[in-house]
Write a protein that binds this ligand. Structure first.
Ligand code: AMP
Length: 306
């Protein structure tokens, strides 16, 4: 099935206790598209870049079968730049710079060739921009998945709620779920958020895994215990790419298959954090991914004595 992803394509500069990068390729759209490319042959990316974005990065995306027809290049502006520094406890991150540049006036255009997309991933962007993409599609996709963040909850909640009402799956982290719902208990938070419109909710809990809430059922997967996390940047976006990539590949929206999608998303995220930026995501193979999914299943399977 066809898959379209909307999200930032950026320059990132990252510092963690393990080291520091210069300007490298980043952006939520980049992580999600790369991750999904291991499941779908031709993920279609919608984004915006400036004059300074190197051709070699676009070639790298093409090598993964990613269509960049929907990436607009602005001739007189710079690419979005984000920089972050992680603390010893890598759950804490300071944003050092957010230079919106081209992203400041991102008005996504949907190429004709993307029009009949079956699956749509809306990366974290202005809620009105996310909504524009849905409205510019001639046909509603079979499944729309949306990521967002607390910043939009603080600054434009009404706009955000309007967009949330239009999607099938919302992916947020535990703090965001608590803030959006006003409940401290994740179970209560989930049932409140599900009343806002989406049929399914995924709550990411960072190194503690992810939960899927759908039709009164709950599924939980831990994150794979990893000895050294080098750089958590993009883990959530990578998760989203694995999740929707698996669903687009299998075209099965049953709860059982969504559970598998959550595990594939978690497996993909576990690779991303093992090196800086997209370094791991660029060089995976399908066998390694399968192997990691088996590790997940071994982690949580047990037998009860008779
Ligand atoms: P995450 O670690 O999941 O928060 O994702 C990090 C990625 O999000 C980085 O590659 C950034 O380039 C990108 N990013 C950071 N801030 C924004 C923003 N305001 N809009 C879009 N993308 C962003």
């Amino acid at each position: 099935m066809s898959l379209t992803i909307v999200g930032s394509v950026a320059f990132d500069a990252i510092e963690t206790p393990y080291g520091k990068t210069g300007k490298i390729i980043g952006g939520a759209g980049t992580y999600t598209a790369l991750s999904s490319s291991y499941f779908v042959d031709n993920p279609q990316l919608i984004s915006i870049i400036g004059y300074d974005f190197p051709e070699e990065y676009l070639s790298m995306l093409h090598k993964h079968g990613i269509s960049t027809e929907g990436i607009e290049r602005v001739a007189d502006k710079k690419t979005f730049f984000w920089s972050g520094k992680y603390h010893e406890d890598m759950n804490i991150r300071d944003t050092l710079a957010t230079e919106l540049n081209v992203l400041g006036d991102f008005d996504p255009k949907v190429p004709e060739s993307y029009q009949n997309t079956d699956y749509l991933m809306l990366g974290n962007l202005l809620p009105s921009v996310q909504r524009n993409v849905i409205e510019r599609l001639h046909k509603r996709p079979k499944l729309i998945v949306m990521d967002t963040m607390n910043f939009w909850m603080n600054t434009m909640l009404d706009e955000l709620l309007k967009t949330i009402r239009m999607v099938d799956v919302l992916v947020i982290n535990d703090e965001e779920a608590k803030q959006l719902s006003g409940h401290k208990s994740l179970v209560k938070a989930a049932s409140r958020v599900l009343k806002m419109g989406p049929k399914h909710l995924i709550i990411k809990k960072g190194e503690h895994g992810a939960m899927l809430f759908s039709g009164g059922k709950i599924f939980y997967t831990p994150a794979l215990p990893i000895e050294e996390v080098y750089d958590p940047t993009g883990a959530g976006d990578t998760f989203a790419g694995g999740f929707i990539g698996w669903l687009a590949k299998t075209d099965d929206l049953s709860f059982e298959n969504m559970k598998r999608a959550v595990v594939f998303g978690s497996a993909m995220a576990s690779f991303t954090v093992e090196k800086f930026g997209t370094e791991m995501l660029q060089y995976l193979d399908k066998k390694e991914i399968r192997k990691r999914v088996v590790q997940f299943s071994e982690l949580v399977t047990f037998e009860m004595p008779k």
